[in-house]
Design a binder for this molecule. Structure first.
Ligand SMILES: *Cc1c(COP(=O)(O)O)cnc(C)c1O
Length: 387
């Protein structure tokens, strides 16, 4: 999302840090994705940003939801989401949460192990399950693979086991890794998924669901493939490998790509110092209060207000807490004259920022979240008090 006059004005007069969300981007992201993949059903991955207005907007647009926990499920139910439009996509669940979900009308659960099948068959008898296959997420900035999914043969045997346990083996899912730059990853994963469909069909078990997971990237500092390009690879791969499946349902679970470009984080410089030959800049936001992904060197575009075109040099950028892990970037280009009180923006930070922010580490509160409308009101309030 673009920095505009309102955001700059607000950052100059309001307390920082804050995260501003422009929901019109979410609206557009949804429509674009829906158009790019044939007959797709969108299951928004709530964990990327669970702001109520995002969930309500997507619910009104007809979206479904991928929930990671009972907390997310309860939040979705509380705003009136149809439980049939919720998938319990975490492969690691508590039995009582499975039971709660099932009793509240949720029918779809992810598995990647026999034990999870047993828990589901006991607490949600007759539920639909889909098996998650592993992918190599080496073209992605944020891995989601090692911990989840298993090999094709194992997924086949897990789904057969589910069948014997009187669950409905419903389909296959994968996740190519979050912020993936390689559109061909989806082709490779769909080919692997099709093997599960084929081998089970030979045994008389007919799957219905291909769940494409998330992984679509957001524009930061490197070029990214467009949604339409990824969609084209997906559409062709489905036609080629799964064209034979009757009544195939195709899900996608965007998190980052649905909300990432709908946010900007505004912060201030608290301190600048020199240590040996290194320049350090400390902000009022850091790793524990919204910029968690930077610990894996996830790169955001960093803009210093009013110094955009100044000469730059390499500095170290850190957060405010008493913890060395709270270092945002060991090396990042910043204006040579960056100084106390300067406003620093992190662009396209709508996903996986506020959700990760600790509510109390070091007694520091997370950034305040404003929608554009709320930000306008805050600025008005300030101006009417200060003329
Ligand atoms: C986190 C997650 C997603 C969202 O991934 P993005 O890369 O943010 O789009 C989708 N599906 C599952 C199962 C997830 O855990």
């Amino acid at each position: 999302m673009k920095l505009n006059e309102l955001i700059r004005k607000a950052a100059n007069i309001l307390d920082t840090p804050f995260l501003v969300l422009d929901l019109s981007y979410v609206d557009k992201n949804y429509d674009r994705l829906k158009k790019s993949i044939s007959n797709v059903e969108i299951y928004y991955a709530v964990k990327a940003n669970s702001h109520n207005e995002i969930l309500e907007l997507l619910n009104n647009k007809g979206s479904s939801f991928d929930a990671a926990s009972i907390g997310e499920i309860k939040k979705l139910l509380s705003i009136g989401v149809d439980p049939k439009k919720i998938s319990f996509g975490n492969t690691i669940k508590k039995e009582k949460d499975i039971k709660f979900a099932w009793e509240n009308g949720i029918e779809l659960f992810a598995v990647d192990s026999e034990m999870e099948v047993e828990k589901i068959s006991k607490n949600a008898p007759g539920a639909k399950v889909y098996g998650r296959i592993e992918t190599s997420s080496n073209d992605a900035d944020w891995p989601l693979s090692n911990k989840f999914g298993t090999d094709v043969d194992h997924v086949i045997s897990i789904l057969e086991y589910a069948y014997r346990k009187e669950l409905i083996p419903y389909g296959v899912s994968f996740h190519v890794g979050s912020q993936s730059y390689n559109k061909h990853k989806w082709k490779e994963a769909i080919l692997n998924a099709s093997e599960v469909f084929e081998k089970l069909a030979e045994k008389g078990i007919y799957l219905k669901l291909l769940n494409l997971g998330g992984g679509m990237p957001v524009q930061h500092v490197k070029p990214i493939p467009e949604v339409e390009e990824i969609g084209e690879v997906i559409n062709e791969s489905i036609k080629e490998y799964l064209g034979w499946v009757d009544g195939l349902r195709v899900f996608t679970e965007p998190g980052r790509s649905m909300v990432g470009n709908a946010g900007i984080m505004a912060s201030r410089v608290l301190l600048r110092s020199r240590k040996g030959t290194k320049s350090w800049v400390y902000l009022d936001v850091g790793v524990f209060h919204g910029l968690m992904e930077t610990i894996e060197n996830f790169r955001y575009e960093v803009v210093v207000d009013k110094k955009e075109n100044h000469e730059k040099m390499i500095m170290t950028l850190a957060g405010p807490s008493c913890d060395s892990v709270d270092t945002i970037y060991d090396e990042v280009e910043l204006p040579v004259d960056i100084d106390y009180g300067d406003i620093v923006y992190f662009i396209n930070t709508g996903a996986y920022t506020i959700e990760y922010a600790s509510p109390h580490f070091n007694g520091i509160t997370p950034p305040v979240v404003y929608t554009i409308k709320e930000l306008e009101i805050e600025v008005e309030k300030y101006l009417s008090k200060n003329i």
